[in-house]
Design a protein around this ligand. Sequence first.
Ligand SMILES: Cc1ncc(C[n+]2csc(CCOP(=O)(O)OP(=O)(O)O)c2C)c(N)n1
Length: 361
Amino acid sequence: MTEPPETGPPRRRAQTPAAVRSGRESVSAELALTVLRHMVRARAMEERSIKMSKSGEAYFWLGGPGEEAFNTCLGMQVRRGQGPAFDYLHLHYRNSATMLAMGMAMLDHFRQMAMAATDPFSRGRNFTGHYARREWNVVPVTSVIEVQYVMAPGTALVQKRAGGEGVTVVTGGDAGTAEGDFESCLIWSSRPGQELPVLMVVTNNRVGISTPHDTQHAVKRIADRAAPYGIPHETIDGNDPVAAWHGLDRALRHVRTTRRPYLLEANVSRLYGHSSSSGAQRQRGEVDPLDEFERKLLDAGAIDAEALRVLHADAAAEADAAVVQATSEPKPTAADVEWGTYAPSRVDAVYPDDYTGLPGR
Ligand SMILES: Cc1ncc(C[n+]2csc(CCOP(=O)(O)OP(=O)(O)O)c2C)c(N)n1
């Protein structure tokens, strides 16, 4: 696993405002600049990934441009570590900004994108954005949408039994909530007297591949589906980092301290369509959270145009260098196909000898 170089937030201007506001909420200028840097790096990484899929350096792309504001704040607020004392993450395939904000190296993302044998998440055998990192409790992302919501109560149950303040965070899109797995999570997280510390997140971009939200869901807000279960819930503007920061803070604080569930719906954008399968064209008419946040910070005097230019140039250069490295690394071989398929099991009477080793071997 590659660790990224440690760099701080962009330099503040001489007369930087103390805070950046959105309505009644605010964050410090320092925090806003750190969020901005993660967002810029995430956007550069995803746009370079799209270019890879179009140029033949990779075969497929899907990811999170348009979700950077919310996903960055999530990555900055989770407690990263291994075991029940830390947060478990059951992520969606658009969570690249979350992983970057947690400290993932861009190179590791590009290794998976390039399907290189050095890909630490799947050894070049899974789609892009399908992260897995045991020492950060990042449970493998699955292409089968929504199943993460039935797994989440499992890790949360372990955390409840273990004590401490670790919580389980599960994320997914709006269309996926039409699957029964979403309801299973609501049910199993809210059993009377056995409630579980699960933060259910729905990033709502109002479309599932090509199915519009309004043709699928009769409820106005997906968050309202928590109401019959007595689960506290909120819908926030996930495109605004200030709103996202505070919405996540409220939600995580609730789950951490009460050891009970919470449903947070974040309205976000989908800036390049579903995936490279639908062309990954830039969609006009969607709010761009990065553009909006940059304008806010410029207007507030928290950053100037030159610092912003440098931030973008550095992120693009970091992405380019990582692609050169990732595409020069070896690909998996036929002999790698079965590696890591099964974990050893003393109780597996059907395939006792069929495992090929644990990840990390
Ligand atoms: C169980 C299952 N059904 C269908 C699919 C095909 N599929 C892949 S992504 C997707 C749309 C998901 O939309 P949403 O949950 O809103 O997430 P978004 O892609 O918008 O972030 C579908 C239907 C799948 N991967 N798994």
